[in-house]
Design a protein around this ligand. Structure first.
Ligand code: CA
Length: 238
């Protein structure tokens, strides 16, 4: 596994390189966006760790150039800018994860490992609470009951379940499921999410698809049940 660390602050770059090498990875370092792009042209990296504030260009530009090449390594953005706006911009521009400085090295390492695992063979049976998805037979069940989904609905659900607990932007969903560069038509995702919700969530007490404000959507089973259980209409009980 070969990683590229793009960071102009030498102290941080050294700290990252030493830590990652200690964890068993081969690591290259780049102090500018220009050098980073030269490196990514010349070498197939398994992961790029990218600082947003670089002396010669904005890290987001570096990210866009890496992403323009279609088959690119996953990118973990690292930045002192923790504002939601930057996080959204980074994810929209195709970053795979985002970590705000200051951070603990163990947290960085956990995210690096998670991103590197994503390239590994993926399980064919996915489960979130009582929702099951069989990626080979293309079957979905909730509470044991079969649910019919259209192909795009299935694609979105599979993508979300493979990224359980991770907020996915509309752009990420479109690019994953439609397999083409959509430009500004990401509201189609909202339409499909509505269809999906009507099939897998509306009739059930526990809602699994969650709206993440400012980003997009995520699937997860919240640990806590809703505070007030859905009750039968009182007249029915009388
Ligand atoms: Ca910097």
């Amino acid at each position: 596994m070969r990683l590229l660390v793009v960071e102009d602050e030498k102290r941080i770059a050294d700290f990252l390189c030493r830590g990652l090498q200690g964890a068993g990875y081969a690591v290259d370092a780049a102090g500018t966006g220009g050098v980073a792009l030269e490196h990514t042209h010349a070498t197939d990296y398994d992961l790029v760790i990218l600082d947003l504030m670089l002396p010669d260009m904005d890290g987001l530009q570096v990210l866009e150039k890496i992403r323009n090449r279609k088959v690119g390594p996953p990118v973990l953005i690292l930045s002192a800018r923790g504002a939601l706006d930057d996080r959204v911009k980074g994810l929209e521009a195709g970053a795979d994860d985002y970590l705000t400085k200051p951070f603990a090295f163990v947290e960085l390492l956990a995210r690096v490992r998670a991103l590197l695992r994503r390239g590994q063979p993926t399980p064919e049976k996915l489960q979130v609470a009582d929702l099951g998805l069989d990626a080979i037979r293309r079957k979905v069940t909730r509470g044991g009951e079969a649910i019919e989904l259209a192909p795009k609905e299935f694609g979105i659900l599979e993508y979300m379940m493979r990224n359980r607990g991770r907020p996915l932007s509309r752009t990420m969903i479109v690019e994953h499921v439609w397999d083409m560069d959509y430009d500004g038509l990401t509201n189609i995702v909202d339409v499909y999410i509505r269809h999906l919700r009507s099939k897998i969530d509306d009739r059930y007490q526990q809602k699994l698809i969650q709206t993440v404000r400012g980003i997009g959507y995520m699937i997860d089973a919240p640990d806590k049940p809703p505070e007030r259980p859905v009750e039968q209409a009182p007249e029915r009980l009388a």
